[in-house]
Design a protein around this ligand. Structure first.
Ligand code: FMN
Length: 403
């Protein structure tokens, strides 16, 4: 079993206070305007590598009547421009994904990024491009990409400018972290660059690159960015696990929209619950195990249709632990589910799980996917921080995995 997908302990109680369970009042929140795109309610599916491919986006859309914005996982600009088959597949959309075709681009070089943006808009009909300035993984930051870039604001400006130019009328947005570490916070610089260079919204994952996914996201930083940003919407990101968290983040920080990541892993219906509370209604009832099984089956079916059965079922394995997290007795099936190869085998393995079990609400905040540890240090190219004023582009890697 892949260690990252193993069922893990619940998060330690670090003084967490649940958000008030008060639905939105009429007119309390405005739709999110990203250039010509109106997103109502102002809710965005976070780009997540290995997760937010077309099948997963379709599943999230199906629970929320397509009303949110659903961003692809990060696509490496150079690999896309060079026609890498895997990248092209990941950059593709489902047949009914129209009006909101949204893709996240990763790269370090203005040439490849600008060209990728141009191709995505002109040849692929993409309607929104998000730029990755937040990825903290070693392979990415040591190549001077992702969350390293905002530490060089002039370089960041150059890159954003190239993508905005390549995208023409299609809106470009940027997503970034608080900074490299607590002593090198870059989010206000990143926001300023975005605003100046024509980004149409900013999204802040309120942790540093060093933190990875550990600790609590610092929602005060989201409020600070919102205060500092005058001309474009600010989206908050970090630790939305329940619909109430989405409302609370908006109320507490004054941000214009929310970005939802790990909370929907194995819980794509979270988007439906969030839409409900923004509509002023109590959230729909959490699914029983029987209903979760039906969603799992649908997810597996969509993955197989998109990737073919072999690759689709391989992709499905990591989701099974997230879907079944907290259901008594489900752990027994996980070993086999993590090796499942066919849809028929999958059906057989989940069939014995009792349909009537209610959803284990206590598992909602259980750690999913990323472990809870920070990294010792953020790996950067040699001399990267000594010349932060530098704007020379670093050569693009061919392919990268997100995080
Ligand atoms: C498995 C996984 C993959 C991710 N991949 C990306 C990515 O490709 N691009 C990106 O900008 N952020 C990526 N992220 C970060 C999320 O978009 C989001 O910023 C982060 O999970 C914090 O939000 P959350 O607390 O709602 O999960 C990834 C996160 C996870 C868990």
């Amino acid at each position: 079993m892949d260690a990252s997908t193993e069922p893990t302990e619940l998060e330690p109680d670090d003084g967490f206070t649940p958000a008030p369970r008060v639905v939105a009042k009429p007119g309390e929140f405005r739709p999110l305007q990203i250039g010509p795109l109106t997103v109502d309610p102002p809710v965005v599916l976070a780009p997540m590598a290995g997760i937010t491919n077309a099948p997963f986006r379709q599943l999230c859309r199906s629970f929320s009547a397509g009303r949110c914005l659903y961003v692809s996982e990060m696509i490496t600009a150079r690999a896309f421009v060079e026609g890498n088959a895997k990248t092209l597949k990941l950059a593709s959309f489902g047949p009914d994904e129209t009006g909101r075709r949204s893709i996240q681009l990763y790269g370090t070089h203005e040439g490849a990024l600008g060209e990728a943006a141009r191709m995505l808009v002109n040849d692929w009909g993409v309607e929104h491009i998000d730029m990755n300035f937040g990825c903290p993984v070693r392979k990415v930051t040591s190549a001077g990409g992702g969350s390293a870039i905002p530490a060089r604001p002039k370089l960041m400006a150059r890159i954003v400018r190239a993508v905005v130019k390549g995208a023409g009328a299609v809106p470009v947005t940027i997503k970034f972290r608080k900074g490299i570490h607590d002593e090198l916070l870059t989010f206000l610089d990143a926001g300023r660059v975005g605003e100046q260079e024509g980004a149409r919204s900013l999204a802040l994952h309120a942790r540093t690159a060093q933190q990875l996914y550990s600790g609590r996201a610092d929602w005060n930083a989201i409020a600070e960015l919102k205060q500092a940003t005058k001309t474009i919407p600010v989206l908050g990101n970090g630790d939305i696990f329940e619909p109430w968290d989405a409302l609370q983040m908006m109320r507490q920080t004054g941000c214009d929209g929310v970005v939802v990541g790990r909370g929907c892993l194995g819980r794509p219906w979270l988007f439906g619950e969030i839409v409900d509370v923004f509509d002023g209604k109590e959230p729909r009832t959490a699914p029983t195990l029987g209903e979760v099984k039906a969603t799992m089956r649908e997810h597996a079916r969509l993955l197989c249709a998109f990737f073919g059965e072999k690759h689709g079922m391989a992709q499905m394995r990591k989701f099974t632990g997230w879907y079944l997290k907290g259901f008594p007795g489900a752990k027994r099936q996980l070993g086999a589910l993590h090796m499942v190869r066919t849809m028929a085998e999958f059906d057989e393995l989940i069939a014995p799980l009792p349909d009537a079990l209610p959803y284990p609400m206590g598992s909602i905040r259980a750690r999913r996917c990323k472990d809870g540890r920070p990294q010792d240090h953020v790996s950067l190219p040699e001399g990267f921080l000594e010349c932060r004023d530098e704007d020379v582009c670093i050569d693009d890697p061919l392919e990268m995995d997100g995080g």
